[in-house]
Design a protein around this ligand. Structure first.
Ligand code: GAP
Length: 480
């Protein structure tokens, strides 16, 4: 479990040292806010994706998956409002020429000066009214300085669009501007009728998607918390108008339960209800987790009305209607044609990875009276751990490697195993702790006599002797 020893710098260093996350393009001095997942990070990521997919798609008979393209027709982003409205208020310092997101600048100042919440409340009220003059005034009145130049020489506050644009087509004059999608959700909306018709889906039903999204975040910070290229796990749930409130509450509860099922304590989460709602939304909230840098959003749940489908109907001139032949008890007639309302659940995969890492990262002091000792252990739930089982012959010779290899062969089709015969056994255990491997088994000379092995449990470090035939079952049981 997480301890107060957790801190972001230690987690970042651990991720690099043990092959979880690398800075993108590192040998070229890196690319800001872009990261690569290493050999164990990619496994952790896959396990989180699988957990989400199972819980959303396999456990719900009325939710199906989708994998839509990253490039989409540019009019989609006009219809969705992203071309006109997907922007953040920014301010430039005239001396350093650095650009800041206004909320980050003010939050940073509050944090640095250890101020109370008052300034944040004032800022949120001004942001809610899009009062840019007021925001600039707030920055000047509180003498908030540029962290680089140290001056208060600010421009006006302006909106900057966060979408990355590129050209489709090789002939410059004929090419079209298209965008790297800033969310996966629009791919779901524009396929709503394709999936509904081909899957013979009846309302209420959902479409789930995991995929890359891109945002030109001006100030990207917090390691994999805020990235320019990231992944989202989104689900749009289509409901009959008038039932959205109860479905919104349902998904709030269901999604919070998913978080708790990761084994994370309830007090590490909280809901943050949005005060400023988009004009079409009737409710929205974030699930916030207590990261090393404080409570921050990891997932959003939004009741979006019929806004998106209606916009696509208008811009594409193609009907986005659903025919509901269920009988309305009031009129005694079928509900008939309507554009469904949507409840969206949208969780950042990379933020979830950081949450799971923050929760798992533990520094333990194992010193005794005679000896100083410590370990870093990643206490992942077994289903999320990159490696499930390490198979460690005490030595290569005397036929121990062959026995270990036979156990590998038995298990490796069912879960990821790691084989290692080098180094002292204690050193190998510590390395597996640092990678978060829940089980290690050691094959020794006694194994040759009675087919027993030593199993070592990561969290307690307890060891016991079990029959080799039971190893696979123990691991499989823990993965359930
Ligand atoms: N379709 C709704 C939508 O995209 P959002 O609140 O903008 O809503 C949803 O994003 C989630 O995506 C967030 O809760 C967060 O976990 C993740 N996310 C958003 N921007 C991100 C970024 N720059 N880096 C990493 N994750 C991000």
């Amino acid at each position: 479990m997480a301890t107060e020893q957790n801190n972001l710098a230690a987690i970042i260093a651990h991720c690099k040292e043990y092959g979880f996350v690398f800075q993108s393009s590192e040998i070229y001095d890196g690319l800001a806010a872009v990261y690569d997942y290493g050999q164990w990070g990619v496994e952790l990521k896959k396990n989180i994706k699988d957990t989400w997919w199972r819980s959303m798609v396999y456990m719900h008979e009325n939710i199906v998956g989708l994998d839509s393209a990253i490039f989409m027709h540019p009019t989609i982003w006009k219809a969705s409002g992203h071309v006109d409205n997907f922007s953040d208020p920014m301010i430039d310092n005239k001396d350093s020429k650095k650009r800041y997101r206004v909320d980050h600048l003010i939050e940073g100042h509050v944090e640095q000066m250890s101020l109370g919440n008052e300034l944040i409340v004032q800022m949120e009220a001004l942001l809610a009214k899009d009062d840019f003059g007021g925001l600039k005034q707030l920055i000047e009145d509180n003498q908030i300085k540029c962290p680089i130049s140290g001056t208060c020489n600010w421009t006006e506050v302006r909106q900057f669009n966060l979408m990355f644009a590129t050209q489709l087509g090789s002939v410059a004059e004929e090419s079209d501007t298209i965008y790297l999608r800033p969310e996966t959700a629009q791919g779901i909306f524009v396929n709503f009728l394709n999936v509904q018709k081909t899957g013979r889906m009846k309302i209420p039903f959902g479409i789930a998607q995991i995929g890359k999204a891109f945002r030109n975040e001006i100030v990207a910070r917090g390691f994999i918390f805020r990235m320019r290229e990231f992944e989202q796990m989104e689900m749009q749930f289509f409901v009959r108008p008038g039932t959205q409130k109860e479905w919104y509450e349902h998904w709030k509860k269901t999604r919070m339960q998913w978080h708790l099922d990761l084994g994370i304590a309830k007090d590490k989460y909280r809901f943050h209800d949005h005060v400023k709602l988009a004009h079409y939304a009737d409710a929205a909230c974030d699930i916030e987790y207590e990261f090393p840098m404080g409570f921050k959003e990891v997932e959003g749940i939004h009741s979006r009305g019929d806004f998106d489908l209606k916009q696509h109907q208008e811009f594409s001139k193609k009907k986005q209607m659903y025919f509901d032949n269920d009988i309305d008890e009031v009129t005694g007639k079928p509900y008939g044609n309507y554009i469904p309302y949507v409840i969206e659940t949208s969780i950042g995969l990379d933020r979830t990875i950081l949450m799971v890492l923050s929760e798992a990262y533990t520094e333990e002091d194992l010193s005794t009276e005679d000896k100083k000792d410590s370990r870093v252990v990643l206490k992942f739930p077994p289903k999320l751990a990159p490696i499930k089982l390490a198979i460690l012959p005490l030595m290569k010779k005397d036929g121990l490697a062959e026995i270990a290899r036979s156990l590998m062969l038995e298990c490796k089709d069912s879960f990821l195993c790691f084989y290692e015969e080098k180094d002292a056994i204690g050193k190998r255990y510590r390395r597996m702790d640092a990678l978060g491997t829940p089980f290690c088994v050691t094959i020794d000379h006694q194994t040759k006599e009675d087919q027993t092995v030593t199993i070592r449990y990561r969290d307690s470090m307890a060891q016991e002797r079990i029959h080799m035939n039971d190893v696979k079952d123990i691991v499989m049981q823990a993965l359930k």
